[in-house]
Design a protein around this ligand. Structure first.
Ligand code: HEC
Length: 339
């Protein structure tokens, strides 16, 4: 069994005592009679940073009900601050076997710890999500990423040592801009949006990472190797990044990274050399960058500066669609920035 049941954390113990009111010295405190197999719920013990978002992402990842987030689906319930996982059988429809197994195992141990959930998702994520097995299959679905329909951004940054070429459909950035009324609004991408990050090695593209916006409002993380086959890790020193559990750290956190942090100024070199967003100087527009604060705010757990640079391209007169560019400049009051 991949699911480690015997592990017991001090934090878990403390929370269970609160849940159960148990003050005995039993090594494995039993769960309150109102919780557990018969009641159809197991208590969840949150641990670590960004715990609530990670909980929603992990349960959503194996629930098989992508269109609904696990809270509105009734799988995750917050009762007076205590999160509970509801027995998927009680929700109706076809319960996901991955989630059902997790629930049944958690009933045995009396609770579900977030660390155990993370290990379980690491093991079952790709099987549960059924992503395309190859990059070619993505291209068949989405068309191949190329200008001018896709916005292209080159960055030498903090995620990996390689230079990254990131692609997002212009129409998806435009949909996010359409949802805003001012530059200080949240930038939120629509369901189905894909970010494609190509890692440029010596002999070409050696890895491709993808973020795909799901129906529950969170992003799937996935990656393909140099041959274009699905892989569950991204090579990095000193530790490879496991998918999806090591992807949430930076994307869900609030730590700032170079060169996005310094933009529109140039960033200083890092441990692996130059760090830069490779755009024309005219796109380094202080007033747009400072109002949007896209990297610092990361309203949608997206860390790059796509909306900022889309508008900077527009005011610089570089857009391949001048009429559209003018409309956005007008909408956001940027006409006076025109060269
Ligand atoms: C060390 C922090 C860090 C980790 C860990 C990390 N990322 Fe990122 N990621 C970034 C930063 C910073 C950017 C924006 C700049 C860039 O593209 O390099 C980014 C951008 C992206 C993008 C483009 C969309 C966006 O948010 O700008 C994708 C796709 C992506 N990451 C996928 C992944 C995947 C898949 C993983 C897990 C294997 C992962 N990331 C782990 C820091 C991280």
């Amino acid at each position: 069994m991949p699911f480690p049941t015997g592990i017991f954390h001090y934090g878990a113990l403390a929370s269970l005592i609160i849940i159960t009111g148990c003050t005995g010295k039993d090594a494995t405190p039993s769960v309150d009679g109102s919780l557990g197999a018969e009641s159809g719920y197991v208590p969840i013990v949150l641990e670590g940073g960004n715990a609530e978002r990670r909980l929603r992402f992990y349960v959503g990842s194996i629930s098989g009900a992508e269109a609904k987030d696990p809270v509105s689906a009734g799988l995750l319930i917050n009762r007076d601050g205590q999160w509970l996982l509801q027995d998927p059988r009680r929700i109706g429809g076809m319960p996901s076997s991955h989630l059902q197994t997790l629930f049944d195992q958690s009933v045995e141990s009396g609770f579900l710890g977030l660390d155990d959930l993370e290990d379980y998702v690491q093991e079952h994520y790709y099987a549960a999500r059924e992503f395309p097995a190859t990059l070619d299959a993505w291209q068949e679905r989405r068309g191949s990423w190329s200008e001018p329909d896709w916005f292209k951004l080159e960055v030498q940054g903090s995620m990996v040592p390689q230079r990254r070429i990131t692609w997002v459909r212009r129409a998806d950035v435009e949909a996010a801009l359409d949802g805003m009324t001012s530059l200080t609004d949240s930038i939120v991408y629509r369901q189905g949006t894909v970010f494609i990050g190509e890692h440029v090695g010596n002999g070409g593209i050696d890895e491709t990472t993808i973020m795909y916006k799901r129906g529950d409002g969170l992003w799937d993380f996935l990656a393909y190797d140099g041959e274009g086959n699905l892989t569950d890790l991204i090579r990095k020193e000193p530790r490879d990044m496991l998918i999806p559990t090591r992807c949430t750290g930076c994307h869900y956190g609030d730590r700032m990274f170079e060169p996005e942090r310094s933009f529109p100024a140039m960033a200083s070199p890092g441990p692996s050399g130059e760090r830069s967003i490779f755009v024309p100087t005219a796109w380094r527009q202080p007033s747009i960058a400072r109002q949007m604060q896209e990297h610092a705010r990361r309203s949608d757990t997206v860390l790059g500066l796509y909306a900022t640079l889309y508008l900077a391209e527009a005011v610089s007169g570089d857009s391949p669609h001048p009429a559209k560019a003018r409309a956005y400049m007008h909408k956001f009051g940027l006409d006076s920035l025109q060269p």
